[in-house]
Design a protein around this ligand. Structure first.
Ligand code: MIC
Ligand code: SF4
Length: 643
């Protein structure tokens, strides 16, 4: 039987397990990336493992999330990451050099390689044919140390593209269409592959927009073939030698096939507050707009911003609208500056932000009260922008640009046609903002500089066979890691200070939760379907651990968060019958029985002491994960194994 692209890369990197659905497989990891909001923790964890130098082919530390530098905390964290990276053998992409996924795509990602990153949008590199997966910081630390990365062997989905996009319809509209079809839960446990005749009409940055937002499907990753378009992009980035061709076998078998005719697509928007709440832009044309933000790892490439410049040329942004633009990398920004497009954007009234995540993660530019914000980003979860009652719409750069001129959500195809922006044959290459690590002879003398904001990691409690504890929080479906552990300019600087972060845990859902949890001295969280969707931040597990959470009982989990719970030593349990979710209320006393065996055989009994009802929970973890839970988390487990 033929193989899919992902199956080929997995087979070439398999170090443990059986490659079939339902089994867990361990993969050798060629490359890792971290960003600063998750990186501090990942490097502290790497240090705690006692391995002196990284053992990957390439590891890069990016600084792109925490760049406001309000107070000393961010600057201290940057300095820690810079010095620790130098010591342990990691390249360091300085603040200002760009967003991790954009820079990695430009300078490092390679077809056929495996990459894990402590950021959920690591699959961006799937646009170049790399098997790129988002993971918690601890998993990245283990991979940096040469350990395997484990995933449940995924099912495969083929999205078969035909035709070509009409002018002013863009890659963002393709992935929004996939989200409309599959929903934010539709990709869980699956790898989404793109194929069909339409693939060759898409550039690498367009492909990367699509694989980037595959994270919003909950997919393990998304991947495109590596073809002549890939070769041309690598050549333009001065690294044609990184090219290898890669495609699925003609007789590859997929679990699911979705057909999309690119020529039939219209501009789409994801409406508040979920990336799968998709409607046509045309149907939203009466919606008045307060803010437009262009950028993020989804849509801030050179061609994206050139398309925006073409639309804004010799025009002025509507007076009611604030337009901000964050170019994805210094390479992009310098190209816009060299060819005059930056002046076009400035003359139109754009406010230019540094090449970083910025408003995407609530680092400034929160919309006005009840404001409508159009963003070319990938997430529009409630409160993520920093304004709780704002409505964020996710759109393409073309729709964003058209709308900031009219002040209403505007279908860009109504503007007439513009010359398509060609892909450059050669990008200007300048890696002087990527510092190389110390050599094998020098690294021992490098001093790692730490700031006072770095606090110790919380420790998991030993597992007991029975736990009798209260339900400290009950939440609904599709709870995101932004609900569990919000980010934003007030909170993000404390990513290496779990005690401080804990005050904000579940702030959007129930601000009393942290105090209640502390007073209770241990308890459980009950959640609905797709609990923990969104980011890879392991803080969404470490902070509940610090607050005494011993198990999360949910209808179902998002992949990365479930792994992070296990890595932190928290039991992830699922209702065998989803209807039993209704049988637990906030404050009920819950008794979990048979945990010792349950982590091994997959079943734990729950008795609700308050109501007298008893029912079954699934403990759907691998035997490796059971050992991790027993050891009190992945760090202890890895230390024990390395002893
Ligand atoms: C995000 O987009 O939510 C983030 C911020 O990039 C996160 C990582 C983090 O929380 O630091 C992600 O996507 O993993
Ligand atoms: Fe940064 Fe936003 Fe991309 Fe996350 S989604 S990496 S915050 S740009």
């Amino acid at each position: 039987m033929g193989q899919t692209i992902a199956q080929k890369i997995i087979a070439a990197h398999l170090v443990d397990g059986t490659p079939q659905p339902g089994c867990e497989v361990g993969l050798r990891i060629d490359q890792t990336l971290t960003q600063d909001a998750t990186g501090t923790m990942a490097y502290l964890e790497f240090e705690a493992m006692g391995i002196p130098r990284v053992r990957t082919e390439l590891s890069v530390a990016y600084i792109d999330h925490n760049t406001l530098q309000n107070g000393f905390m961010n600057a201290d964290d940057h300095r820690f990451i810079r010095t620790v990276a130098k010591k342990i053998g990691v390249r360091y992409s300085r603040p200002g050099n760009g967003i991790c996924h954009q820079v990695h795509l430009e300078r490092f990602a390679r077809p056929g390689k495996t990459l894990i990153g402590s950021d959920s949008h690591t699959p961006t590199a799937g646009g170049i044919g790399c098997l790129a997966i988002g993971a918690g910081g601890l998993d990245v630390a283990v991979a940096m140390g040469g350990g395997a990365y484990y995933i449940p062997y995924p099912k495969s989905v083929l999205v078969r593209l035909s035709g070509a996009l009409r002018p002013m319809v863009s890659a963002k509209d393709i992935i929004l269409e996939v989200l409309r079809i599959l929903s934010v839960k539709g990709g869980v446990g699956k790898i989404v592959e793109y194929g069909g005749e339409g693939v060759k009409t898409l550039t690498v940055p367009q492909r990367a927009t699509i694989t980037n937002m595959g994270a919003e499907l909950g997919a393990t990753t998304s991947i495109f073939p590596s073809d002549e378009v890939t070769r041309a992009f690598l050549k333009a980035q001065g690294r044609e030698e990184d090219y290898i061709p890669l495609c699925a076998d003609a007789d590859a078998v997929y679990d699911e096939v979705i057909d999309i005719d690119l020529s039939a697509l219209a501009p789409l928007a994801a409406c508040p507050h979920s990336p799968d709440n998709v409607r046509t832009v045309r149907s939203l044309s009466m919606t008045k707009v307060d803010q437009v933000c262009i950028g993020s790892c989804t849509n801030s490439s050179y061609t994206d911003l050139m398309a925006v410049a073409a639309i804004l040329k010799d025009k002025t942004v509507c007076p009611d609208v604030s337009l901000v633009i964050a170019p994805g990398s210094r390479q992009v920004l310098s190209m816009l500056s060299a060819n005059g497009a930056l002046t076009t954007l400035l003359n139109a009234g754009a406010r230019i932000l540094e090449s970083a995540c910025g408003p995407c993660i609530g680092m400034g530019q929160s919309p006005n009260s009840a404001g409508v914000s159009l963003r070319t980003f990938n997430r529009n979860f409630e409160g993520r922008s920093g304004t709780r009652d704002a409505g964020v719409y996710l759109v393409s750069p073309e729709t964003a640009a058209a709308s900031c001129l009219t002040g209403f959500i505007t279908d860009p195809t109504t503007l007439g046609t513009f010359e398509p922006v060609p892909m450059p044959e050669a990008f200007p290459i300048n890696d002087n903002m990527i510092d190389l690590p110390a050599s094998a002879d020098e690294y021992e003398s490098v001093e790692v500089l730490r700031g006072p904001n770095i606090k110790p990691l919380p420790q998991a409690q030993p597992l007991t066979d029975t736990m009798t504890l209260p339900c400290l929080l009950k939440v609904g479906d599709n709870i995101t890691t932004d609900h569990i552990m919000p980010a934003g300019s007030k909170i993000l600087p404390y990513r290496s200070n779990i005690p401080h972060l804990s005050q904000f845990c579940f702030e959007v859902c129930d601000p009393d939760f942290p105090a209640r949890a502390k007073a209770a001295d241990g308890g459980f969280i009950v959640g609905g379907a797709n609990y923990g969707q969104g980011s890879s931040r392991e803080h969404a597990a470490l902070v509940p651990l610090y607050l005494g959470i011993r198990a999360v009982i949910a209808v179902s989990f998002a992949r990365i968060h479930k792994a992070n719970l296990v890595n932190a030593g928290i039991l992830p349990l699922e209702f065998e019958d989803p209807a039993d979710y209704e049988a637990v209320s906030l404050g009920d006393t819950l008794v979990l029985c048979g945990i010792d065996e349950g982590v091994q055989n997959g079943r734990v009994t729950l008795t609700n002491q308050t109501t007298g009802r008893t029912f079954c929970l699934r403990c759907d973890i691998s035997s490796r994960q059971a050992d991790i839970i027993r050891a009190g988390g992945l760090l202890n487990y890895t230390r024990e194994k390395n002893r």
